[in-house]
Design a protein around this ligand. Structure first.
Ligand code: SF4
Length: 648
């Protein structure tokens, strides 16, 4: 759109800023453009909850151009949870609304003296009083603003009570409780007294060659609509058990997993992964100290994908998405309509706490979405508290009488509610495991599983060391949506950039744990590719169909008129990676100080289950990764402007 808008919450001043073409050429839009601007304009060592922090809502370069899977919006700021670069990402319909208002991003600085919301309606931007909606949850806020804002068809992003209470694990919601959950950015909105952003615009979003964009989209859609019969969901658990037992691993290409994954997502959404990932060892169990043996099929079948899709009353598609992995559910025992819980939520509040009560997970999913709290971090924090209780570090006197035992779903639900409202023990835990372990002391930090302060998502680096690496090296530590060895296989980037390594059709599992240059190149390619995806506003799940079926580079060229090669785009991605790393260094973060808790690296290794005996040689993997990006391998400092080296 060529423009962003700035809102100074301290002075109330609102002004537009033109964005030079070179910014798009060098950083695309989305989090790429955000990285450029926030690196330049947030002063060193800024307080993430102070007036100098800037929070921005950005749309992707491809959003609204006719390309598919490109309706993601992103929010970025300095994270109060990690002190690093922070961003979060969400689907729904908010992203095109940013562009229809005429902007690629909406940037906020300063702190308002009282609660406000921004309304951009028909080209007019104004801050409005939000005292009447402060204290409301995200669904109530949306409903009130839809009625009272005077907009015809507003799209709304807002915080709930968690963000207002400056919980460091709070996120930002849109479309009735869909969450941009990670990095604690709801607390940044709360600290600025910014309750909501309400958008209603009619600007046209242009595409350089709309015919070509549509041709590419039609081809992509034909593949999506191919829906052969698929086995019943219980087969997935047995498939996982068989894969676990094999000493060798077939690559995702051998298993045709790109197609299988698409079918699973289409049929069940991310809940399709619930059982299979427990069986193969990708889902952490019992605060990362257990295994599939502690949460066997008699428990996990209660989390069977059908449990979550049978109660879907309407399927949910993000803007411009032909797949539609989401759903609105109505489940007896859970009041009202609710979003279908995602895999991450189910496992964080399920297997991680040994909780097999699906009803309780539906209820917690709903109250967390309403309050605007990150369900991954909430589940990780509950599991930490249960282990502290087990070890006698927390007692009934500390927990307000809650019996915090493994699998006690009533106590878990009650604890989540207390965290949302900062009641009693909930106040101690409402800022995540790192802060809680510092408050509790008594050696509890070894049970606090995180990377650089952010609770880890439900993907185990002891199963796929690529997850451990990206948890350690990304500018926002603890991210599961950037890369892994499995993601690299699914992306199939070597189809477009032929000198990238192509994995063998089958390989010994033990080879996954041996750091080498090829794995470092693959990991750097994942990071750089995801920066292009986030610059474009695309969905990771579309990208996991593989580059043959997801024509991201061709869409970008057709929509912009640029004639860049896939390698050129990866170099842009590498430049963005460098900007985010420079952001951290400017903010006083040493990349070598970002650590993953030992337990999650297999130190010591588990003695039972799918991941027994496995540990991750993280130090060597991190150094190799930095080296491939052309950064100092000892310090992680970008040296060459972020250009990938000759190997890529
Ligand atoms: S695949 Fe799912 S998350 Fe991705 S754009 Fe489609 S509906 Fe949204």
């Amino acid at each position: 759109m060529g423009k962003i808008i700035w809102v100074d919450l301290g002075s109330g001043r609102i002004q537009e800023e033109e964005i030079n073409e070179t910014v798009y050429r060098e950083c695309l839009a989305g989090t790429g453009m955000a990285a450029r601007i926030l690196l330049d304009r947030i002063p060193p060592k800024a307080d993430p909850l102070g007036p100098d922090n800037i929070i921005c809502f950005v749309s992707g370069l491809l959003t609204g151009t006719g390309s598919l899977f490109t309706g993601r919006w992103m929010v970025a700021a300095k994270s109060p949870l990690t002190g690093t670069w922070g961003d979060a990402n969400c689907g729904g319909n908010f992203s095109p609304a940013i562009k229809r208002c005429g902007y690629d991003g909406i940037f906020f600085k300063g702190i308002s003296p009282h609660p406000v919301y921004l309304c951009i309606n028909d080209g007019k931007a104004e801050l409005r009083d939000a005292n009447g909606i402060w204290g409301k949850d995200t669904k109530e806020t949306e409903a009130i603003l839809k009625k009272d804002s005077g907009c015809r068809m507003p799209r709304i992003a807002c915080i709930g009570q968690a963000g207002e209470n400056i919980s460091l694990i709070s996120g930002i919601a849109n479309d009735g409780g869909r969450m941009a959950a990670r990095s604690g950015l709801g607390a940044v909105m709360g600290s600025k007294k910014l309750k909501a952003v309400v958008l209603d615009g009619t600007k046209r979003i242009r595409s350089h060659d709309i015919t070509e964009v549509k041709r590419l989209s039609q081809k992509c859609n034909e593949n999506i609509q191919f829906m052969p019969p698929f086995p019943p969901s219980f087969v997935l658990a047995y498939m996982g058990a068989i894969l676990r037992a094999l000493p060798a691993q077939p690559s995702t290409e051998t298993l045709m997993f790109n197609t299988v994954y698409k079918l699973m997502l289409q049929k069940w959404g991310t809940a399709s992964l619930n059982q299979i990932l427990i069986e193969i060892g990708d889902s952490p169990i019992k605060n990362w100290k257990g295994s599939n043996e502690d949460f066997g099929q008699e428990h996990s079948e209660k989390m069977n994908p059908d449990v979550f899709s049978d109660c879907v009353i309407v399927k949910y598609h993000c803007y411009a998405c032909p797949l539609g992995c989401g759903g609105i559910c109505h489940r007896p025992g859970v009041s009202g309509e609710t979003h279908k819980p995602e895999y991450e939520t189910v496992l964080a509040l399920g297997g991680l706490c040994l909780n097999d009560d699906a009803d309780s997970i539906f209820r917690m999913n709903e109250i967390l979405n309403r309050a605007g709290m990150d369900s991954i971090s909430a589940g990780g924090t509950v599991a930490f508290a249960i282990e502290c209780f087990e070890k006698g570090i927390l007692t009934l006197a500390d927990t307000d009488g809650l019996e915090l035992t493994w699998g006690n779903s009533a106590a878990i639900e009650s604890l989540v509610d207390r965290m949302i409202h900062r009641h009693g023990i909930g106040d101690l835990l409402a800022d995540g495991v790192r802060v809680a372990s510092r408050r509790i002391g008594q050696g509890s930090s070894k049970y606090a599983i995180h990377a650089g302060g952010q609770e880890l998502a439900m993907h185990d680096g002891r199963y796929d060391p690529g997850f451990a690496l990206h948890n350690s090296v990304e500018a926002t530590p603890g991210r599961h949506t950037i890369g892994s060895q499995m993601y690299y296989e699914l992306f199939q980037l070597w189809e477009k950039v032929p000198d990238l390594p192509e994995p063998g059709l089958i390989y010994m599992k033990r080879s996954k744990y041996v750091p080498d240059r090829e794995k470092a190149v693959a990991a750097a390619a994942c990071s750089t590719y995801m920066n292009v995806i986030n610059g474009a506003g695309a969905c990771l799940y579309g990208a996991l169909m593989g580059t043959k079926d997801f024509p991201l580079f061709a869409w970008l060229n057709a929509a912009t008129g640029w004639q860049l090669s896939p390698r050129d785009y990866l170099e842009i991605g590498a430049h963005i990676q460098s900007l985010k790393q420079q952001f951290n260094i400017k903010q006083g973060i040493k990349p070598t100080d970002i650590k993953v808790t030992n337990r999650a690296l297999g130190r010591p290794p588990l003695t039972a289950g799918a991941n027994r005996g496995r540990s991750v040689a993280i130090e060597k993997m991190v150094q190799d990764y930095w080296d491939i990006l052309g950064w100092d391998p000892k310090t992680g400092t970008p040296l060459s402007g972020g250009k990938m080296d000759q190997e890529i």
